[in-house]
Design a protein around this ligand. Structure first.
Ligand code: SF4
Ligand code: SF4
Length: 299
């Protein structure tokens, strides 16, 4: 199977629009939304949830104030200053290390599992879809990305599907690392601005670090032809396949407003043609990398 992860240096570059198009263009695929902090691929795919699971991301201490004699030992031992003077645990600061549990003379503290979100397996008209929702302010999105990718891979294996198409998270933080490690290839979607080039380079370096084949395409390329040329030049120097330039076209936002996938909403538009050409380029990237199999599981 081939796992493609679509990435961008920041949000709003058209990454999800492209991923949804690939969901239409790929045959025999499972789809995954690894942008768990701001999942929005579901808006276009209109999934029907078949399976719903709780995401457990770790532990926090919980003090039973009925048993507590306020000796203060837990506060003295906690390296993270997670316990208030009135012996209430701050669940954000608590790292779940368990030291306070161990030293409480009254056995008044327990570790409780944290439920940080949910993940789902859904059906869409394009195929199975694994997605997730992280609770507001919750951390551990990298771990949730790993859960999403892992389950997408299991489905691909069980159903003998050729493609895993992943809408990756923006940036180069922990969730991006979790989405890149072991992938078959990444497509970096960028825009022709100075910030866009800077972000693209950071993502390209991240993928190179994990030895994942890379490719680049530019969205709204005609808004700054000079910058687009600079991006092409960078790709050429770095040996990164440059797969195409998507023109600015209001039909893209019209498709989004109507909750439609661009290549279905306006199949004859120039921008839809450019997307199809990027998709064809991706087949070449996978062929050139020897049909790299997903080494997925995340990191
Ligand atoms: S160590 Fe136990 S008894 Fe002492 S203050 Fe903390 S919770 Fe209360
Ligand atoms: S589990 Fe660790 S981090 Fe959390 S309150 Fe206890 S000592 Fe502090």
């Amino acid at each position: 199977m081939k796992e493609l992860v679509v990435l961008s240096g920041k949000g709003g570059t058209g990454k999800t629009t492209l991923t949804a198009c690939f969901a239409v263009l790929a045959r025999q695929k499972v789809l995954a939304d690894a942008d768990v902090d701001a999942a929005d691929l579901f808006i276009l795919l209109e999934p029907e949830i078949r399976q719903r699971e709780v995401f457990r991301s770790g532990y926090v201490a919980d003090i039973d104030l009925q048993l507590c004699v306020q000796c203060g030992q837990c506060r003295d031992f906690c390296r993270f200053d997670a316990i208030s003077p009135d012996f209430v645990v701050d669940t954000v600061d608590c790292e779940g290390c368990g030291v306070c549990v161990r030293f409480c003379p009254e056995e008044a503290i327990q570790l409780k599992e944290c439920i940080s979100g949910e993940w789902y397996i859904s059906e869409t008209r394009y195929g199975p879809f694994v997605h997730a929702k992280l609770g507001a302010g919750e951390e551990n999105s990298g771990k949730l990305v790993t859960v999403v990718r892992h389950n997408a891979k299991l489905i691909a294996e069980e159903e003998g599907l050729e493609w895993i198409i992943v809408d990756g998270p923006p940036g180069i933080g922990c969730p991006a690392i979790s989405s890149v490690t072991g992938a078959g290839a990444v497509l970096i979607v960028t825009e022709p601005t100075l910030a866009g080039i800077h972000d693209m380079k950071r993502v390209a370096e991240l993928a190179a670090h994990f030895r994942v084949p890379r490719a680049v395409c530019v969205n709204k390329w005609d808004l700054n032809r000079e910058m687009t040329a600079a991006i092409e030049g960078y790709c050429c120097r770095e040996g990164i396949p440059f797969l195409g330039k998507l023109p600015y076209d209001r039909v893209v936002s019209r498709a989004l407003v109507n909750r439609k996938v661009l290549v279905e909403y306006a199949p004859d538009s120039e921008v839809a043609g450019a997307v199809r050409s990027v998709w064809e380029g991706l087949q070449r990237v996978f062929r050139a990398s020897g049909g790299v199999e997903s080494r997925a599981g995340g990191g």
